[in-house]
Every structure is written in structure tokens, then in C-alpha cells.
Design a binder for this molecule. Structure first.
Ligand code: GUN
Ligand code: ZN
Length: 430
């Protein structure tokens, strides 16, 4: 059955180019009074309201000054860590051992996993996030909980079973064989069903033996259409640990590459302290890097150099890294990316921040033809932002002389109160 046609009126923001590489006037399409026509789950037309022909039977929603744009794409997060977000005071490995692993063990209970998945998607959607790429736990039922919840909401969502066969508690370890078998079964069950995508997920080299990394590399060879996600070079202690665990590896990236876990569809979280060799190899292969700025400050990991990475031609997306990150909001995440770049003397333009949170993340996920932009033929996953959502934001945006002065206070100070509406697959979701 075709869904009814809707027309949304408001300010509209789309990208016709990458604002890191293209002058702003060529990269951005903004309409002060725009219209978006959606039908059958897709964007059918977008442009100035007076130029867009409006089907007579369409339902019209006028968002006034609301900014209609693509829903946010969160390219790296751990939905099982929803309940322990903002846990005080540790560095990565201590944080994993004291907060993360005990909580992830609780998701052995499928009912608890369902509760957390529901809570996670409530929070993400309240913040305008319409696609999430998550790690689950080692338990296959935690993957089922995530995909079942996403499917019932009609979301485009990606995730995989987190694989760990060493350096993790007994109740959070699988084996090389069971990681392969369980991942394969989950992939066959969920990949490409509705708008869901299975992602092969070794947590990171310290928690996988060579045998497990090879088994997952083999699974990827058998299923090259899938993404593979993992962590790389987040903290110096972690990198030193990897070189102890893999004494023959040239560097951290090599621990993945030698096991068949490097390719264009690889998605590497953090990637803060890469060597020259790692950077040039990742670029050569075309793999994606995901910047997790609230996490990188919260766990004290370091500064990902967004502008330099983009200038060097890396694929870069943006993510909350829930719950190492300290917010479910991609607005707050953009603010943190801005602040960290400022520390490197490279102020990111609001258009670049918005691009990272939508097009950039979609590109890392190889989904640029489906999500991450407000353009004809794209899936109608949209957020409508209130650019005056609090008194502090409103008094600043009222003085704005252009759209970017109007948007930037919401990037820097906005939260879920800025989410006026969310559309998922062409239907109003909240
Ligand atoms: N490295 C390995 N696992 C994790 C995790 O759960 N969170 C973060 N931030 N880094 C990791
Ligand atoms: Zn992570």
C-alpha cells in the first residue's frame, strides 16, 4: 500500500557537495521558505515552496521557521551502554572493566536487552537520530533485541554481535568458532531485511585472538556486502597493549589487515592516534573513520583532527559513542567536534558540522544513496529542528543575519528540546 503524500513546509537544508572540499555556496542548498514532498517512504521533491507543485490530495504540515533536514546518522555507538552513560572518572581499559563489561553482561537476559534497546531508540529519536550503527553485546539475543526494536519503528539501522574471546570476563567471552557461527546466523537472519544491516563486529584487537580475527575476516570475505566495524587507536595505553599482544604486527591497523579485516567497508571508531603509515593505508583502501568527540574528551582519549583528516582525503563520519560518549544528541556531538577542532586552531563551519552528522556518517556507512541528505529519491528520514528551542538559544538566533548564524546556537547549545519533529520512512514518528 502506498503511504499518503505529505508536504512539509519550513526552512530546508540540503547538501549538493561536501563543504570540506567545495565552496559553501556550491555545497549547500538552503531555502528560507522551502517545501519537501514525501511519498512511499521517499523524498519526491524538495525546493522553494513557490516552485514545488503540491499534489492536491497531499497532507500539508507547516513547520514555520523549523529547519527541515536529513535525520542524523550516528555512525558508532554501543546501545547496551545506554544505562551506564556518564559513569565517572576512568580511562578506557578501567572504564571498560568497571562499568561497561558488568553492564554488558546484564544483556544476557533477553528481556533486559529489549528494555535497553527500546530505551536507546527512544532517546536517539528524541534527539533526531534516524540511523544508528551500534555494537551489541556478545549475546546473539542482544542483536535480536536491537533489530526487532528498530524494525518495529521502521528505522534504517545497523549493528552486529560484539565478538570477544580474550581479555574479557568469563561471562562475556565467545570463541573464534562461536563468534563466526553466531555472527553468520545473525547475518543470515537480519542482513538486508527491511532497512536493517548486519555488521561484522570484533570489539577491538585486545579482546580477540588471532584465530577470532581470522574467523571474522573469513566471514567478511564470504559476505563482502556487509560492513565491518571495530575500534582503533583510541588511547595510548591501548595502542601499547596491542603491540604487546601482537608483537609481529607493524602497527594497530596491521592487526586487522593481516586477519582480513581491512577494506573499503571497514568502519574504524576513534582513530585518533594513527601513524602516517596507518593513515595512508586507510586512505588507499577507502575505509571510514568515525569521530567520537564527546567520548574522546570524556574518557580523555585525545583530539581527532577532523579538518586535517578531511583535507587528506579520509572518509569521516560523526558519532556519539554512547555510553563512552556523554550524550545521545548529535547536536551536542557537533558542538564537541567544534570545540576539539578549535583546540587545533581549525574552527569547523556549521555547514561542515551538519554535513558530518548526516552525509559524512552516511558515506562511512556506504548509504549515501539512501540516507543522510534531503534530496529527491532519498529515504524520507527527516528531522525538523526548532532553532529557538530555549530562551538562551532564541535570544541569540533572533540576531542571526544568515542561516548559519541561526543554526550555530542550536548546534552549540541545543538538545532534545530542539527536535520539533522526526519523520521515519515517510511517516511522522514523533
Ligand atoms: N574500545 C573497545 N571497546 C570500547 C567501548 O565500548 N567504548 C569505547 N569508547 N572504546 C572501546
Ligand atoms: Zn565504541
Amino acid at each position: 500500500m502506498r503511504t499518503p503524500t505529505h508536504i512539509l513546509l519550513g526552512q530546508t537544508l540540503s547538501f549538493s557537495g561536501d563543504p570540506f572540499l567545495t565552496p559553501l555556496e556550491d555545497a549547500v542548498r538552503f531555502e528560507r521558505r522551502g517545501a519537501v514532498v514525501i511519498g512511499d517512504g521517499k523524498v519526491l521533491a524538495v525546493g522553494p515552496a513557490e516552485e514545488i507543485s503540491q499534489p492536491v490530495d497531499a497532507k500539508v504540515t507547516d513547520y514555520g521557521d523549523g529547519l527541515i533536514m536529513a535525520g542524523f546518522v550516528d555512525a558508532h555507538l554501543h546501545y547496551p551502554q545506554t544505562g551506564i552513560i556518564a559513569s565517572w572518572g576512568k580511562r578506557l581499559i578501567d572504564w571498560l572493566n568497571s562499568y561497561t563489561f558488568p553492564e554488558e553482561a546484564r544483556l544476557a537476559d533477553p528481556a533486559y536487552a529489549r528494555e535497553i534497546a527500546e530505551r536507546y531508540f527512544d532517546l536517539a529519536m528524541a534527539n533526531g537520530t534516524t540511523t544508528s550503527l551500534s555494537y551489541a553485546t556478545i549475546h546473539p539475543s542482544s542483536v535480536d533485541a536491537y533489530f526487532t526494536e528498530a524494525q518495529s519503528r521502521g528505522l534504517r539501522a545497523l549493528a552486529g554481535k560484539t565478538c570477544m574471546d580474550r581479555n574479557a570476563p568469563d561471562n562475556l567471552r565467545d570463541t573464534a568458532q562461536s563468534a563466526y557461527d553466531d555472527s553468520k546466523a545473525l547475518l543470515e537472519k537480519w542482513h538486508d531485511i527491511d532497512r536493517l544491516g548486519y555488521v561484522i563486529t570484533p570489539r577491538f584487537s585486545p579482546t580477540s585472538t588471532s584465530e577470532q580475527l581470522s574467523a571474522l575476516g573469513a566471514l567478511w570475505v564470504e559476505n563482502p556486502e556487509c560492513l565491518m566495524q571495530t575500534h582503533i587507536s583510541e588511547q595510548h595505553e591501548e595502542i601499547a597493549w596491542v603491540s604487546e599482544l601482537f608483537p609481529d604486527a607493524r602497527d594497530y591497523l596491521d592487526t586487522y589487515e593481516t586477519h582480513g579485516l581491512l577494506g573499503e567497508r571497514a568502519v574504524f571508531g576513534h582513530a585518533i592516534h594513527l601513524t602516517e603509515r596507518e593513515q595512508s593505508r586507510i586512505k588507499e583502501v577507502g575505509a571510514g573513520l568515525v569521530h567520537c568527540p564527546t567520548s574522546n574528551t570524556f574518557i580523555g582519549s585525545g583530539i581527532f583532527e577532523t579538518a586535517r583528516m578531511k583535507a587528506e582525503g579520509q572518509r569521516v563520519g560523526l558519532a556519539t559513542d554512547t555510553g563512552g560518549g556523554s550524550s545521545f544528541s548529535m547536536l551536542r556531538t557537533m558542538a564537541a567536534a567544534y570545540e576539539l577542532s578549535q583546540l587545533k586552531g581549525q574552527p569547523l563551519h556549521p555547514a561542515q558540522l551538519m554535513w558530518l552528522a548526516t552525509c559524512g556518517s552516511a558515506d562511512v556507512l556506504h548509504l549515501s544513496d539512501k540516507i543522510g541528505n534531503l534530496a529527491v529519491g532519498m529515504e524520507a528520514d527527516l528531522v525538523v529542528l526548532d532553532l529557538s528551542s530555549t530562551p538562551a538559544i532564541a535570544q541569540r538566533s533572533q540576531r542571526a543575519e544568515d542561516i548559519w548564524e541561526a543554526v550555530f546556537p542550536t548546534i552549540m547549545m541545543g538538545d532534545d528540546r530542539a527536535t520539533k519533529a522526526v519523520w521515519v520512512g515517510g511517516s511522522l514518528a514523533r
